[in-house]
Ligand binder design. Structure first.
Ligand code: SF4
Length: 475
């Protein structure tokens, strides 16, 4: 994928670790887990550690390696429970105060929360809280969620407060929370974003994480996905689950499979790698173009390109090399920066490309500017033809659930017809995966939100709500 270059797709990664040994240090585990989740957000990182109910947060803008460059900082985070967060800041949202986890002290003691997602009724919840005297330091939904939970838990168990908050919140949210002696995981009733539960080696504790790749990084055993609407509480009694209070049909964001999640993750029982490979194979069945080489826009286009090559019989090869050593200064959430970054981030392998008819596979196109630059780059390197194949349907609608797509008017598939997009890309042909084939890749199960492709949002989206890229909620 032309990741983070022409696309604003981003969200957050969350993790929580509970160690059975009260003298053990959970922050070290969270630190390594955050590395595995770094692809979900590069703007800020943080860890909050819970030592006997006293919570210490450490967070700031930067990659995990930058925020915790000084290992003394990590050593200060004592306690057998810790939560962590990596965040992408959307437009205007790089305020360091929005870095997470958010920590506070409420009537029952210290609490810290890490959040991934976006509420569609965030503004009305903030208004309700403001009316009751709450003061906000950030514009994020995450702070509103923290306040809502604290307000509803002041005189009763935290899990009851969370449940009441869940009844009020509408939208997408995955939460990991620590308070008193507990680690708590929450997934919204639609299950729009993933959260899984794992067990550490030797039964030493538990992990909650956005993706299973973080469990692998900790050598933890995958137990199961947290169910939509479920609240999981981990304490010295083990793992307890509160069943969803409201049943909703599951609507995992299909973009988690198309682009966000790491290919080695299993999300809600689906191998991300296999899903992408299958999309590539289905794309090859749709497309009978003759070519010499199938190549990917690195990195998330690679499994689809391999699937395409296997199904078509056209050899797979590398046509672009990605510079892996570029820091986050090149991952800026402005269009201009993203465009400039393409040249520096990607470079053609002329020897593989010159004189060849190429099939270029990418996972998606949002604005198309990066794809155009890549097509031009490949042609300048001597490619005789470049056929662009997209392993998902055309993105025609904005996301309101924490995935950072631009306003609808900025989406190229809204502005232009398919042939006009092909012309704009300067490609020899353009093929999108058909909606029917996306459905096939989802094993013909209707368990996914595909609203950015078809406009069928899993819940009412108020006309006043803005797409998430402009609301900069906890992602
Ligand atoms: S609208 Fe698109 S990006 Fe947003 S949750 Fe649904 S599928 Fe994912």
């Amino acid at each position: 994928m032309l990741e983070k270059l022409d696309k604003l797709h981003e969200e957050c990664g969350v993790i929580g670790v509970y160690l059975n040994d009260v003298n053990a240090n959970a922050a070290n585990y969270v630190y390594y887990g955050l590395y595995a989740l770094q692809h979900r957000g590069q703007e800020s990182a943080g860890i909050a550690a819970n030592y006997n109910g006293v919570i210490t947060p450490r967070k700031s803008p930067g990659l995990v390696s930058e925020v915790f460059r000084d290992h003394n900082e990590l050593a200060k985070l004592q306690g057998n429970i810790a939560i962590g967060h990596v965040r992408y800041s959307t437009m205007g949202g790089s305020d360091p105060r929005s870095a997470q986890p958010l920590a506070a002290n409420y009537k029952q003691g210290d609490i810290a929360l890490a959040h991934n997602g976006n509420l569609v009724n965030g503004e009305s919840i903030k208004e309700m809280l403001t009316d009751s005297g709450v003061i906000f330091q950030t514009t994020s939904d995450s702070e509103a969620i923290l306040n809502l939970i604290c307000q509803n838990s002041s005189s009763r168990a935290i899990e009851q407060g969370i449940r009441t908050a869940m009844d009020l919140m509408k939208g997408a949210y995955v939460l990991v929370i620590t308070t008193q002696d507990k680690l708590i995981g929450v997934r919204d009733p639609y299950g729009l974003h993933p959260l899984c539960l794992g067990k550490l080696a030797d039964e030493s504790g538990y992990v909650l994480a956005s993706e299973s790749c973080a469990l692998d990084a900790l050598d933890a055993e995958f137990i199961r996905d947290v169910q939509p609407g479920e609240i999981i509480i981990i304490d010295n009694n083990g793992v307890k689950t509160l069943e969803p209070s409201l049943w909703r049909s599951k609507n995992l964001c299909v973009f988690e499979l198309v682009y966000f999640a790491r290919p080695d993750s299993i999300v809600d029982g689906v191998s991300v790698y296999d899903f992408r490979r299958q999309c590539g194979a289905l794309l090859a069945q749709q497309n009978k173009i003759q070519a010499d080489l199938v190549m990917a826009a690195p990195d998330s286009g690679i499994p689809a390109a391999i699937g395409y090559a296997e199904a078509s019989g056209i050899p797979y090869g590398e046509g672009l090399i990605k510079n892996k050593y570029i820091g986050r200064t090149f991952i800026q959430p402005t269009q201009e920066m993203r465009e400039d970054a393409v040249r520096i981030k990607l470079s053609p392998i002329r020897h593989n490309i010159a004189g060849k008819r190429l099939i270029l596979i990418d996972d998606s196109i949002v604005r198309g500017t990066t794809c155009r630059r890549i097509v031009r780059m490949l042609k300048n390197a001597g490619a005789s033809e470049v056929h662009v194949c997209i392993a998902s349907p055309a993105v025609k609608y904005s996301c309101y659930f924490g995935i950072d797509t631009p306003y609808r008017e900025s989406l190229i598939a809204v502005q232009k017809s398919e042939s006009e997009i092909c012309e704009y890309l300067e490609a020899d042909s353009l093929t999108y995966l058909s909606p029917e084939n996306l459905f096939k890749a989802c094993e013909c199960k209707d368990l996914y939100c595909k609203a950015c492709f078809n406009g069928n949002y899993p819940m009412e989206v108020p006309v006043t709500a803005k797409p998430s890229s402009f609301t900069k909620e906890g992602r």
